[in-house]
Design a protein around this ligand. Structure first.
Ligand code: 6PG
Length: 475
């Protein structure tokens, strides 16, 4: 009986496409799915006449694999991953490799890595990005975990990944949960960029009243310049689509309540834990949260007043200012993601290579963008760069774009158009670049009501003073 090179559990669309990608690259793949109906459908459909072996039990699946066994789980994150690991463990031998290819929470991956290492099993937590199409044609791959397992997987992963001039978009990220952490931050940036694009779309729609097909053309033009990216490209395609049922632009029949599976929230929670500011990402999560309260919003819309959007200036100038605002905000949101990665690298001792991460994200993934080439080169020049905004290329772009960015945020605020990501990102930029912030007043307030102490501008940092003579407050 032919033994398979690798096994994949989970035949939802991502799983199926990963199987097809690996098989196309010259490997024999064993497949298993919890519901046998889906398994049959796949092996008799897309997987037919290929080096794909359908297995009806986990026993059969494990027996069909060459040793050491390599098993990729592409199943729902959370409990199902633990459940499958428990079912697999009695069927595996020391040195076998389990790979979790889902969007798992990195702390779960750290816990599972430790547990499996104690059982003699090698474990990898791998972030795959690129959606259905990317996984089929060449995803961006972020592998973390056992270095020995990585060495065994390197050839296969790099073969199936996206490539830039032949260079794979897949490098080892770091131990235990590092791969899933980097995927989480990828998704955080994805949330923020999607939100920024949506805000810009809304400003243009509300203020200029231009049609979706005109907007589609505009986004297609933008995609030819600095903003070139997958998300701008798909936005242009989305806006050009018509609803077959009503003939209206498809975008206008889609309900404005955004769903989420949790990776953006995790990135925000993690940034809070670490004391790193990533407001563009967190505001994008909040924006999805508020959008989901549709009933409440409808009630509020009848009660809470605001200005009626109106614009009487030059259309072309507004469009160009919007483009420049989006580009500047986009840079700051990527900068926040990378600053979170830098902090995590120190906190978890992962020694993350930020240049390689920028390279991995340049192709195959959802946040792929022309900008990442510049980000890669910024980290090539200085691997310890604290924040991308300190790199001259980025500081210059924002220097040139900030006037338009401020104009767009002001215009949106004046017209009552919500721009949580554009505006909070601008405040991030202004806070980061300001040598003095009003935090001295916060320190004074803390000292007043709680004797928490403060440092002085004219004494060494770290030395704590307390003011004894705060005047008492008489109510
Ligand atoms: C990717 C995507 C993918 C998934 C998102 C969607 O990189 O291929 O990020 O992982 O589409 O996680 O996330 P939400 O459902 O939370 O928007």
């Amino acid at each position: 009986m032919i033994k398979s090179d690798i096994g994949i559990i989970g035949l939802a669309v991502m799983g199926q496409n990963l199987v097809l990608n690996i098989e196309r690259n010259g490997y024999t793949v064993a497949v298993y799915n919890r519901t046998l109906e889906k398994l049959n459908e796949f092996i008799n459909g897309k997987g037919r006449d290929k080096n794909i072996i359908g297995c009806y039990t986990l026993d059969e699946f494990c027996n069909s694999l060459k040793q050491p066994r390599i098993i990729i789980l592409l199943i729902k994150a959370g409990k199902p991953v633990d459940d499958f690991i428990s079912k697999l463990l009695p069927l595996l031998k020391s040195e076998d490799i389990i790979i979790d290819g889902g969007n798992s929470f990195f702390r779960d991956t750290i816990r599972r890595s430790e547990k499996l290492e104690n059982e003699g099993i090698q474990y990898l937590g791998v972030g795959f990005s690129g959606g259905e199409e990317g996984v089929l044609k060449g995803p961006s791959i972020m592998p973390g975990g056992s270095i020995k397992a990585w060495q065994q997987m390197e050839k296969l992963f790099q073969k199936i990944s996206a490539k830039i001039n032949g260079d794979p978009c897949c490098f080892y990220i770091g131990s235990d949960g590092a791969g899933h952490y980097v995927k989480m931050v990828h998704n955080g940036i994805e949330y923020s960029y999607m939100q920024l694009i949506s805000e810009v779309y809304f400003i243009l729609k509300k203020l200029l009243g231009i049609t979706s097909s005109e907007l589609a053309k505009l986004f297609a033009e933008w995609n030819e310049g600095d903003l070139n990216s997958y998300l701008i490209q798909i936005t242009s395609k989305i806006l050009a689509e018509k609803d077959p049922e009503t003939g209206k632009p498809l975008i206008d029949v889609i309900l404005d309540t955004a769903k989420q599976k949790g990776t953006g929230k995790w990135a925000s929670q993690e940034a809070l834990e670490m004391g790193i500011a990533i407001p563009s990402i967190t505001e994008a999560v909040y924006a999805r949260n508020i959008s989901s309260k549709k009933d409440e919003r409808l009630k509020a819309s009848k009660l809470l007043e605001g200005p009626i959007p109106h614009f009487s200036g030059e259309i072309n100038k507004l469009v160009e200012a919007t483009r420049k605002a989006l580009f500047a905000a986009k840079i700051c949101s990527y900068a926040q993601g990378f600053s979170l990665l830098k902090a995590a690298s120190e906190e978890y001792k992962w020694q993350l290579n930020l240049k390689n991460i920028a390279h991995i994200w340049r192709k195959g993934c959802i946040i792929r963008s022309h900008l990442l080439e510049q980000i890669e080169s910024a980290f090539q020049h200085n691997k310890n760069l604290d924040n991308l905004l300190l790199d001259s290329y980025f500081s210059n772009v924002i220097k040139n774009n900030q006037k338009d960015w401020r104009y767009i945020v002001t215009l949106a605020v004046k017209n009552g158009i919500p721009v949580p990501a554009l505006s909070s990102t601008l405040s991030y930029y202004d806070s980061y670049r300001n040598p003095s912030l009003p935090a001295n007043l916060i320190q004074a307030q803390r000292d007043y009501f709680g004797a928490h102490g403060f440092e002085r501008v004219d004494k060494e940092i770290g030395r704590i003073f307390h003011y004894d003579n705060w005047p008492p407050l008489y109510d």
